[in-house]
Design a protein around this ligand. Structure first.
Ligand SMILES: Cc1cc2nc3c(=O)[nH]c(=O)nc-3n(C[C@H](O)[C@H](O)[C@H](O)COP(=O)(O)OP(=O)(O)OC[C@H]3O[C@@H](n4cnc5c(N)ncnc54)[C@H](O)[C@@H]3O)c2cc1C
Length: 424
């Protein structure tokens, strides 16, 4: 069955995924003479860098997601379809989705990345990932439920309920650990005066020899120092080997008792079925050339986390799976699609590294810009500014800003809500 989309004589560009890469591409393409069809499994764009604040009751989910239909309201040539793409049929120039097939002249795969549990079914079953707004909200529920559950036990039996283990010491794990530690100091004692929160433990398990391993030694060291000052227990050179929902066993055989394991330890690109197997590279990413054209195709492109670009001497293992790489590829590809349509030469993609940053609790962050590295309060202000600028929608920017200000002074946002179906 064909998905009904208004007929147009313009060339049709189908974009699978409205993440950072997808929306920046569409933002540019909508000014040109092409029909654009955006297909996403959700009806909103998600701002992943702030998922951890939803999970720790610091922000409402709606302030960091933005509906596609609102985004494209004024663009008659841009269409959105809520659907999950199941397969690409390149021979017939169609994508097959759960609501039917959609034909294309040009196809852009911008499906991002999902969780990587490295094949461990137990970890997949019991650990809590944070790769979508739904998962962040589930994590918020579980974190709050652990305190409610602990109340039902004698003091000496409560420890595993109050032990939060985070696997993965990248920016997500580090930011989450810092925020949980601050909740322990400032928020939870007010909500749970009956619990002895000195028993609440936050452990960060990282396989590499340092946290924030993608940043410099100096930033890693600073972040570690901040975390330790907040009372986070850091285990470096340590890999989670197994988890049964109660006991974490590391690959070296150490045991941690915890009812909550948060998984921030790995990602795997969302390769789409139907593309030839030889286009699948390491990390499940799709091999593309310098124009983001999928190897062997003339009208199928991939951008962002899912794309693995061959031939950039500065990034022999592909570009970092970060928002900036996706955004810059989306912008460059829009120019190239228009160049193809109007028979003009293409522009090779060149990644401009704008830096990296992570915050560790209030007033503290580490920032690495191309020419400067700094940490502390100023870094934290820069971190806030950069994130506020990047959130879509003026209302969302305001809501996030107001929440941050309110939280800064009161430590008491009223978002500690467990919202779920009865049977969950
Ligand atoms: C918790 C977290 C924190 C992060 N923090 C930072 C940070 O601080 N700074 C930074 O630069 N980067 C950060 N990142 C990484 C950054 O979010 C990604 O690099 C970026 O989102 C990649 O953009 P993308 O367009 O490739 O994919 P995404 O933004 O992931 O978008 C992919 C889209 O494709 C859709 N999709 C996937 N498969 C299908 C399908 N089969 N059918 C239909 N739709 C589909 C998804 O619903 C999604 O909307 C973070 C990521 C996470 C998870």
């Amino acid at each position: 069955m064909e998905v009904r989309i208004a007929h147009s004589n313009l060339p049709r560009v189908v974009v699978i995924g409205g993440g950072f890469g997808g929306i920046h591409l569409v933002n540019k393409l909508r000014k040109f003479d092409v029909q654009v069809v955006v297909v996403d499994q959700y009806n909103f764009h998600q701002f992943q860098p702030l998922f951890y604040q939803v999970a720790t009751s610091g922000l409402e989910p709606s302030s960091i997601i933005f509906p596609f239909r609102k985004m494209f309201q004024k663009n008659e040539h841009v269409h959105f379809r809520l659907a999950e793409v199941e397969k690409i049929d390149s021979a017939n120039k169609e994508v097959l989705t759960n609501i039917g097939k959609i034909s294309y002249d040009y196809l852009v795969v911008a499906t991002g990345a999902g969780n990587n549990f490295f094949g461990n079914e137990n970890i997949e079953k019991y650990a809590l990932p944070m790769k979508s707004i739904n998962e962040s909200l589930r994590l918020r529920n579980v974190i709050l439920e652990r305190f409610e559950e602990a109340l039902g036990y004698e003091e000496e039996e409560r420890d595993p309920f109050l032990h939060f283990v985070i696997a993965g010491g990248g920016p997500t794990g580090t930011e989450l650990a810092g925020t949980l530690a601050e909740m322990r100091s400032f928020v939870l004692p007010k909500d749970y005066p009956e619990l002895d929160l000195s028993h609440m433990r936050i452990s960060l398990i990282e396989g590499a020899p340092r946290v924030l391993a993608a940043m410099s030694e100096q930033s890693s060291q600073k972040a570690k120092e901040y975390l330790e000052n907040l009372g986070v227990e850091i285990h470096l050179n340590t890999y989670v080997g197994d988890y049964d929902g109660k006991i974490i066993t590391t690959r070296a055989g150490e045991i941690y008792e915890a009812h909550t394991l948060i998984w921030a330890a790995g990602i795997k690109a969302n390769f789409v079925d139907g593309l030839p197997e030889e286009t699948r590279g390491p990390g499940n990413r799709i091999w593309v050339n310098e124009y983001n054209l999928v190897k062997g195709f003339e009208n199928v492109f991939a951008i962002g986390d899912v794309a693995l670009m061959d031939g950039d001497p500065n990034y022999p293992k592909g570009h970092p799976q970060l928002a900036q790489a996706a955004i810059q590829q989306g912008n460059n590809l829009a120019k190239n699609i228009m160049a193809i349509v109007s028979n003009k030469p293409l522009t090779s993609f060149r990644y401009k590294n704008l830096g990296a940053m992570a915050t560790v609790g209030r007033n503290k962050a580490v920032v690495e810009l191309p020419r400067r590295k700094f940490a502390g309060f100023f870094a934290w202000l820069v971190w806030m500014l950069v994130h506020l600028r990047s959130i879509l929608g003026i209302k969302n920017k305001w809501v996030v800003f107001m929440n941050w200000v309110w939280n800064y002074f009161t430590y008491n946002l009223s978002l500690r809500l467990i919202i779920k179906r009865k049977d969950e």
